[in-house]
Write a protein of this length. Structure first.
Length: 92
């Protein structure tokens, strides 16, 4: 998967509504998009909150599909977690 100017290893998280880019990968981008707003993400256990932020528009490409979108960034161990927003599915 390509995020900005960087090839990223992404893991599908079928339980996640949103995709998250690791803050370590964000820090390595040549041209970092600015931060739009701070966010708190509730984790699956319902008791934990992950603090992060949403970026300005950033080029994202998965296979032949590409788009420009704001990306959620947070301190996670994977380079990127793909949620339902990137997989084109809805959980509602």
């Amino acid at each position: 998967m390509l995020v900005g100017d960087r090839q990223v290893r992404a893991r599908v998280d079928s339980g996640a509504d949103i995709s998250i880019l690791s803050s370590a990968v964000y820090d390595q981008l040549e041209r970092k998009p600015g931060k739009v707003r701070e966010i708190n993400m509730q984790l699956a256990d319902k008791n934990s909150v992950l603090k992060g932020f949403v970026t300005q528009l950033l080029h994202v490409q998965l296979g032949k599909q590409s788009s420009r979108k704001g990306v959620c960034v947070a301190p996670i161990s994977d380079e990127m977690l793909l949620g339902h927003d990137c997989c084109g599915t809805s959980r509602h």
